[in-house]
Ligand binder design. Sequence first.
Ligand SMILES: Nc1ncnc2c1ncn2[C@@H]1O[C@H](COP(=O)(O)OP(=O)(O)OP(=O)(O)O)[C@@H](O)[C@H]1O
Ligand SMILES: [Mg+2]
Length: 494
Amino acid sequence: MIPAIEFKNITKQFGNLKANDNVSFAIRKNSVHCILGENGAGKSTLMKILYGAYQPDSGKLFVDGKQQNFHTPHDAINAGVAMVWQHFMLIDDFSVLENVILGNEPISGIKIDFKTAQKKINDVITKFNLGLNPDDKVEKLSIAEQQKVELLKILYRKPSIIIFDEPTAVLSPVEVDEFFNIITKLKDSGNTIILITHKLREVIQIAERVTVLRQGKKVYEAEATEIDEDILGKEIVGDSSFEIASETKLETDGEKKVAILEKAGLSSGGYSKLNDINLVLRAGEISGICGVEGNGQNEIVDILLQLLSVENGTAELNYSSVSVVPDDRIKKGMISEYTIGENVITRKMGFEIALKAKLKKLSEILIKSYDIRTPDYFTPMGNLSGGNQQKAIVAREIENQSELIIFSHPTRGVDLKSSLFIHDEIIHVRNSGRAVLLVSSDLDELFKLSDRLIVLYNGQTVKEYEPLELKSRLKDAESFTVEVGKLMVGAGIE
Ligand SMILES: Nc1ncnc2c1ncn2[C@@H]1O[C@H](COP(=O)(O)OP(=O)(O)OP(=O)(O)O)[C@@H](O)[C@H]1O
Ligand SMILES: [Mg+2]
């Protein structure tokens, strides 16, 4: 059978760096194909070539057996290729319907037929069980729902090949299951799905075939039936010393309270955002917050950063300095046009111009100690791969030595090995006596790092597990995961 896609000797270079190096492989029609690889391995670059956003320097691309030279995404879309971007491009104060139509308007100025559009949209929502209301405003939707709107925009054009670049990085476990149900439906209705993820467990759950890229080269391919998690892990990293020994938790007394929120509440735009938050952050302790995204996490972080103030209850902030690894690295964490060094300096001194030599030295230290993969120290942050941008921001914030450090999804989009490294760094920070707030939708990460765990639902802290209780509950991680999973969606609250 003719494959849906075939890459033949694709090479793409940025300066001296080969982001894709003679890559050849095929993707079967109507299959779910996972592409794996470390941060900077070349996954997104290859997908951007397939989507017409980049042109290869050499090599050929075949779609449905036909050689294609896509010059723009428009060409790719016309050939049935669609891509769901990691960063949503929705307009917040438009409705779902308006957002979908906006991306698909007739170009020649023909009047939009809302009725037909509405029917078509409703049909897609029902067919794929997206559970969206076309009239809802996007600003009211959770991250998972916004992702569905992006998908809806694409499905409206009836693509045959859909690329998802790390869609699950922003989802909580329940939402991932839901997302995989949609993937299965898409496949059942004849689509070919390409999925990029760093989570091997997800690969094993959904993939039919996998391809591993390493430093731009294709190094491994396998059918789902032959996938072995250990082999896959080693192929991704490329050496046999894959295991990293993580630092263990320290027994700390956590006596010094650096922040106390009591019955804290706050509203915005007529909606209550927080209504009963009780949270104490202690020096030498990692407090984990778990919850489905959009349940008040960002507001708590903004209160701690003094960007928002509580309207009810009290917030006692006793720390002299605070650092944050923000949830949205592109919007809140960096200036894309600036280099790593400039991004560090800007954080430290405002927009003053720094000495070039100092910048170079500083950047090179961070690049080396945090293994940030970049062609050179003066590459703008916006041109780094997603995971490497994240590593640069984590490096900068940890190096800041603040009394309180907030990590919002610190390993989002970061590969396995670097995630373990960042986890070790977070433990170091805690062991050095600083207070840590960890916000994450990754339960494994929260369970591994938290000394204390708080579950957030609908702007309320619905449950707090004290250090001793947490430790004993984690002995049966499986049943604990189920319990916390329920609390996160508002079930099982006492
Ligand atoms: N526009 C660009 N200019 C310069 N270098 C680039 C550009 N786009 C990508 N690169 C470089 O190409 C390499 C591959 O990047 P790519 O985004 O494909 O990685 P990735 O496998 O998707 O990684 P991640 O898991 O972190 O998303 C990286 O070293 C990156 O810095
Ligand atoms: Mg990428």
